[in-house]
Design a binder for this molecule. Sequence first.
Ligand code: SF4
Length: 140
Amino acid sequence: MKEDKINEKKANEKKTNQKKELICIVCPIGCHIEAELDPEGNILSLSGNSCGRGAVYAKAELTNPVRVLTSTVKITDGLYRRLPVITSQAIPKDRIFDVMKEINKVQVCAPVKINDIVIGDVCGLGVDIISSRSMESVNP
Ligand code: SF4
């Protein structure tokens, strides 16, 4: 009877806990990290990381994944028709589409210098969209 309950509990754990696999991108070794999460997404265990930096990376990736976003915006009078831009810091992964919508609305005019702010505080995230290269005007 007691054994049945233990088996039932183990079966429920298997149904509810989930495993996720990640590749650590902190260094070129690229360790394969396996994480076990409870149904609420709390990390129960991590394995496969060869160092503590991998654990820090995996915890951040599993709880609050962020990305540096690169894209382009329309530019008039520039050498090219698009200006490369980048977020000044990493942004939450689940806000990338919102930020892309704002980027797609923008048109700038040459000349532009590298690191010029193209959109300040995009989507209220406290992060700017900045130019990632300079572009002279072709109509000086
Ligand atoms: S866990 Fe450590 S050794 Fe492995 S890829 Fe990440 S940083 Fe490199």
